[in-house]
Write a protein that binds this ligand. Sequence first.
Ligand SMILES: [Zn+2]
Length: 302
Amino acid sequence: MLRSPLLRRAVPLAMALWSVLPAFADDSCDVCMQWNEPVDPFRIYGNTFYVGAKGLSSLLVTSPQGHILIDGGLPESAPLIAQNIVALGFKFEDVKLILNSHAHFDHAGGLAELARESGAQVVTSPWSAMVLRSGGKFDAGDPQAGTLKRFPMWTHPQTVEDGQSVSVGGTQITAHYTGGHTPGGLSWTWQSCDNNNHCLNMVYADSLTPVAAPKFRFSKNKTYSNVLADFEHSFQLIDALPCDILITPHPDASALWARREAQEEGDTTNPYVDPQACHNYVAIARLALQKRLAEEQAGTVK
Ligand SMILES: [Zn+2]
C-alpha cells in the first residue's frame, strides 16, 4: 500500500512520461526529456545511492533515523525519484531533509512536490531560497536571468550558512558556498562508510559552467559583480576538498555513467572512487571560464 499520492502515481507517470510533458515538447527545453529518462537506482558507496534520472542527479544518503535527499531534478522528475527511493527498499516518508545545489528548474523543479509528499524540510542557500519561494521568478544576479524556466514554488525553505552542517540521525552533511554558475550555488560534502567501516569523502560539487543570458558578460556586469571572485572561490574550495568520490548535478560532468558501466562490467575496484576527480572537474571548469572570458574580450560571444 503506497501511502503517498506521489508514489501511487509514480509508476504510471513514469511509463507515460513522454506523453505528459507538453511543456517540454516545444523549443524551450530540447534536452529535458533526455535528462529525465528513467534509470534504475543504485548504490554508489556505503549509504550513498543514486536515485536521479539519467541526466539530472539526485542522491539519497540514508540512516536508520531517516534520509537526506540531494536535488530534485525537473518538476517531472519527482515521481521518478520517489519511485527510485522505494525501489531501493527505503520509505519515501523517511526522507527528512532535501538539499539543493542550485535553484534552476532542472535541479530544483521537483523539490516542492518531493517535500510536500514526503514531509521533508528543504534546505538551501539564502539566495536560492528566494528563487524557490518565487518558483524561479526571482533571478536577480543569475547570469542566466530572464532565460530560465519557472518551476513549482516552495514557500518555506530553510537556509544554511557557508560551512554549516545539517544532520539526520548519524549522517551529517556540510554546505559550502560555491557561487559562480548562480549567486547561491552550494556544494555538499559528507562521509560514507562501507560495512567494514571504511569511510570515504563524498563530494556533491555544484555546476561550475559559465552559462549566461545573451547580454550578460562575466568580465563586466552590474547584476552579479562578484561572479569572477565567486568562481575563483569555488574553484579553490572544490580543488582543496577531501574528495574520494565526486558526483555533480549533471552526472556526465563527473563521468558517472562511464563509472557505472565499469562497475557493471565487473571492475572489482570501486570505479566511483577517483581522488583526482575534484581536481579534474575544477581544471575543466577553469578552462571553460577562461575560454568564455577570452571570447568576451574578443567580442565573439554568441
Ligand atoms: Zn544551472
